[in-house]
Design a protein around this ligand. Structure first.
Ligand code: ZN
Ligand code: ZN
Length: 369
């Protein structure tokens, strides 16, 4: 079938809206009519080459829609079902999956790097030439063929734009607090970097009764937003991580139990680590460049029992945790819709990235209807 999509022709290139050919779903895959896609910093990393992805490619990994048809053997979804998309499908059989670490599936990760689906082949093409998928999803399009294990059924009354955000930013941020760090009521939390992921972490911390919750960012606007989401204190980040950390320790009486880092910058990771108190944990969720190195004062690790905790996709199990997060949204305890600051049609995707680069949006959602 023909679809409309935003194509990245090469790393560093400009996105172009094009008509592509999309093959029918193979075994274990489904065709989804997409209605919304968030625009995430990881997409920007793919465009500017911070992270490499095979090109030409259709980016986008934060979407929701309705299942239109399914390939042979599909049992998890049926046509007509509303779904949020997860970029962490899993084989269900590898050692990590058996350890309940499905988001770290050792079958899915190598396949993702090929730009194909789980069998490393692509369903997308243009004039007979292959076009690659991104994170198994490619949601900057009106339709996508994806692995059935990427499809998480959602209630029909959840808006697609909210469900889409649960597919990446929200689960990454909320999950870091709930599932990676397992923050408890009264524990002190700092969140460094208050974009869509960081604000989600703040919402997650508010929902579990953490206090204080310190928002840290270089942007006064982002700090204002963080306070409106329930952060109790705002700290302007300095260029010097030592200064930033001293400010966080100052407003928390000596440091936080959990410092959640959502930018992927080594200097911000260092600020997070230095913001922790005795037995405090730096929770690293931002994705750095592949060659980035983090330097930490080693003595304080045994001496203060400081910890560093990595968190990917909020250490979540999408099949279980999307439902938990969306239920808290429907009960009004996670105001996820407030993350959406801009809505644009697919044709204006370049503007969405300008908003992201300039830091003037919380989250932009593409309306694909
Ligand atoms: Zn993302
Ligand atoms: Zn697996």
């Amino acid at each position: 079938m023909k679809i409309r999509a935003a194509v990245l022709p090469e790393v560093g290139g400009r996105l172009e809206i094009a008509e592509l050919e999309l093959d029918a779903p193979h075994a274990g895959e489904a065709l989804v009519r997409l209605y919304a896609s968030g625009v995430c910093h990881s997409d920007l990393n793919a465009i500017d080459g911070t992270a490499t992805t095979p090109c030409p490619a259709v980016l986008g990994h934060e979407g929701a829609g309705i299942v239109e048809s399914v390939g042979p053997g599909v049992t998890r979804v049926r046509p007509g079902q509303h779904v949020a998309l997860s970029w962490a499908p899993s084989c269900g059989a590898c050692e990590e999956c058996l350890r309940d670490l499905t988001h770290l599936c050792s079958e899915a990760w190598p396949a993702m790097g090929t730009g194909g689906l789980m069998d490393s082949t692509t369903r997308l093409s243009r004039d007979g030439e292959p076009v690659y998928h991104y994170s198994f999803l490619s949601t900057f399009a009106d339709h996508a063929v994806v692995p059935e294990r990427s499809l998480i059924p959602i209630p029909d009354d959840v808006p697609f734009d909210v469900a889409g955000l649960v597919g990446c930013a929200v689960t990454t941020g909320v999950g870091a607090v709930w599932f990676s760090a397992k923050v408890r009521p009264g524990e002190r939390v700092a969140v460094i970097g208050c974009g869509g992921v960081g604000l989600s972490a703040i919402m997650g911390a508010v929902a579990v009764g953490a206090a204080p919750i310190v928002a840290v960012d270089v942007s006064q606007d982002k700090l204002e937003a963080a306070l409106s989401f329930g952060a109790t204190d705002a700290v302007l980040a300095d260029r010097d991580p030592e200064v930033t950390a001293a400010r966080v320790r100052g407003v928390t009486g000596g440091g936080v139990d959990y410092a959640i880092e959502a930018t992927g910058r080594p200097d911000a990771m260092r600020a997070a680590f230095l913001s922790t108190r005795i037995r405090g944990t730096a929770v690293l969720i931002g994705i750095p460049r592949a060659d980035a190195v983090l330097e930490l004062p080693a003595l304080s690790i045994p001496r203060m029992e400081r910890r560093v905790l990595g968190s990917l996709y909020g250490s979540s199990r999408p099949e279980r945790d999307f439902a938990v997060i969306l239920d808290q949204y429907r009960r009004g305890r996670l105001p996820l819709d407030r993350l959406i600051s801009h809505r644009l049609p697919l044709e204006e995707i370049e503007q969405a990235f300008e908003l992201l680069t300039s830091g003037s949006s919380l989250r932009t959602v593409l309306d694909l209807s």
